[in-house]
Design a protein around this ligand. Sequence first.
Ligand SMILES: Nc1ncnc2c1ncn2[C@@H]1O[C@H](COP(=O)(O)OP(=O)(O)OP(=O)(O)O)[C@@H](O)[C@H]1O
Ligand SMILES: [Mg+2]
Length: 227
Amino acid sequence: MAEPVIELTEVCREFPAQPPVRALDRVTLRVGRGDYLAITGPSGSGKSTLLNVLGLLDRPSTGSYRLDGVETTTLRDGARTRLRADRIGFVFQAFHLLSHRSVVENVMLAEVYRRRPGTIRQRRARAMAALERVGVAHRADFAPGLLSGGERQRAAIARALMGEPSLLLCDEPTGNLDSRNTEAVLGLFDELRGQGLTIVVITHEQEVGARAGRRVRITDGVPAEEA
Ligand SMILES: Nc1ncnc2c1ncn2[C@@H]1O[C@H](COP(=O)(O)OP(=O)(O)OP(=O)(O)O)[C@@H](O)[C@H]1O
Ligand SMILES: [Mg+2]
C-alpha cells in the first residue's frame, strides 16, 4: 500500500451513558495516500463518530491515531487544531456557506483559522484559484443563495481545498443534491483524487460508494472491508 495518511490502531470511542455506548469498537484502519474510501453503515453504527475522530474533532477513548505519521492522541489541543488546519479539509451535507457573504468571501474565510501570511489581495487570489479548480469561479461574486446545490457544494469544496489539505473528509456530501449535481461533485472527487488527494466519504448512496476505490461498512462500531 502507498504511504499511510491514516493509521487507526485498536481505536475505541465510548460515550458515558447508562450503560456506556461503545460507538467505535477496536477499529484498526489504514488509508494510503491517494486512496478514495467510502464508509457506509446503518444509522447509529458509528460513521459520524469515526469521521469526528479522523477529523481531530474528537479523541478516541483508547487506541492510536496517526495522521501523516504524527501520533495525534497525545497532542495538546493547540497542536491538534494546527494539524487539522494544515492537513484536513471538511465537506458537509449542508454546505455551511454564510449567506450574507459572497462565494469568494466564503472561500477566503477558510484562512481565518490559519496563520497564513499575505494580503487580502493574495488571499482573494488563492480563493479564486480554488474556485477555478472546482469550476465555479464564474460565480465568485454571487451570494451563495443564488447558486444551484451542486455549485454550492463545489464552492464548499473550494473552501475545504484552501488549506491545501492532504485529506478530504466528507459527511454525506451529495445528500442534498439531485442526480445531475451528484454526478458533478463525484466527477470533481475523481479529479481531486487524480491530483493525489486522499478522500474519505460517508454516504448512504450506492452510486457514491460505487465510485470509490475502496468500501468499508461499519456495523455496531466495527468496520469491515467490502469487496
Ligand atoms: N455524545 C454522545 N453521547 C452518547 N452517545 C452518543 C454520542 N454521540 C453518538 N452517540 C451514540 O453512538 C452511536 C454512533 O453514533 P453516530 O452518530 O456515529 O452514528 P452514525 O453512523 O453517524 O448514524 P447516522 O447515519 O444516523 O448519522 C449511536 O448509538 C449514538 O447514539
Ligand atoms: Mg451520522
